[in-house]
Design a binder for this molecule. Structure first.
Ligand code: TRP
Length: 325
């Protein structure tokens, strides 16, 4: 039986943080055996919000792919770079005629990004990046797209574009489904969304000391000032990390925090410890890949080749359907 196909990508942001892991990567790892997978580095996407990101894209790509591999993404999966498969750009161009600008302006994720960027001016590329994303997905005729909630509107646009293409030209594309990550967003140390630009993150590759010095600064329950004050774990960022990385102790921590038996300093130490051991084998594998970089380049090279083959086939179907063979 043919396996269904998953496609997912991430912008090259360098070494990944715990939010990237909980929000996406863990999901990819858990799904990879059940599906036929395509994982890619969305480097053109990185330019849509910051054109000079290009200067760091290559290093960030390698750093990120090493994290994927070290976390357990199997190197047999095609792992590739968007900009090395030019068909993404062609399909993007063709799709751009099948969607209106008001439809793209209605996208809630775009609105949120514009708010975050503090700018009212949106570039043509930024407005259209969900169209590029649709091309990414449909080029591989993916059935399923594992993403966080913020990306769900883009998958909806992808489905609309698949329908529109099929009805305008000929039946080429399946309508992919969204596979939402179950785990809610992991907060940053300060409670905002964990992100590189917020300086509120812990990296998957941080060692125990680095993790502790970061977790120490995390905002907990502001009402728990003294060790014995009763705490409110549900609003504490450190407790959110315990839930994710320390499921064995989470109930007793909740109880002891609430009763005042557990103080924040000890709780943070324990938390840093658990995060460090959760990613222990990850750090080891990372060291391996960092010293065997040519292996990483080979994996990506093979991935590009496999991706390219599928992409060319799909574009043949597209050209035929459009009678532009
Ligand atoms: N837009 C996604 C992000 O910013 C990355 C991405 C690009 C993606 N193309 C994709 C994710 C296709 C899933 C499928 O994180």
């Amino acid at each position: 039986m043919n396996k269904k196909r998953i496609l997912s990508g991430m912008r090259p942001s360098g070494k990944l943080h715990l939010g990237n892991y909980a929000g996406a990567l863990e999901n990819w790892i858990n799904l990879q055996n059940e599906y036929d997978n395509f994982f890619f580095v969305a480097d053109w996407h990185a330019l849509t919000t910051n054109p000079s990101a290009s200067f760091h894209v290559e290093q960030n790509t390698i750093d990120m792919v090493i994290d994927w591999l070290s976390a357990g993404i199997k190197p047999e999966n095609p792992i590739f770079i968007q900009s090395k498969v030019k068909e993404h750009a062609e399909l993007h161009l063709l799709f751009s005629n099948l969607i209106t600008t008001p439809r793209l302006q209605r996208n809630p994720t775009l609105k949120e990004q514009i708010r975050d960027l503090n700018s009212e001016i949106v570039s043509y590329g930024h407005l259209g990046y969900p169209v590029l994303q649709a091309a990414d997905i449909l080029l591989y005729k993916a059935n399923l797209v594992p993403v966080g909630e913020d990306q769900a509107p883009h998958v909806e646009i992808t489905r609309e574009l698949a329908r529109k293409f099929n009805s305008t030209y000929d039946e080429v594309f399946p309508e992919p489904a969204t596979k939402l990550t179950k785990f809610p967003r992991l907060p940053g140390l300060d409670g905002k969304k964990m992100g590189k630009s917020n300086d509120n993150y812990v990296l998957m590759s941080d060692d125990e000391e680095q993790i502790f010095s970061k977790v120490r600064t995390a905002i907990t329950d502001p009402q728990k000032i003294r060790r014995n004050d009763p705490g409110h774990p549900e609003i504490c960022n450190v407790f959110a990390y315990h839930k994710k990385f320390n499921d064995k102790e989470v109930l007793s921590i909740e109880e002891d925090c609430k009763s005042g038996a557990l103080g924040c300093v000890d709780c943070k130490k324990n938390c840093a410890n658990k995060i460090a051991s959760f990613f222990e084998s990850h750090r080891e594998k990372r060291k391996y890949y960092e010293t065997h970089l040519s292996e990483v380049h080979d994996i990506i090279g093979n991935g590009i080749e496999k991706a390219k083959k599928v992409a060319v086939e799909t574009m043949n179907d597209v050209h035929k359907a459009m009678k532009m063979g």
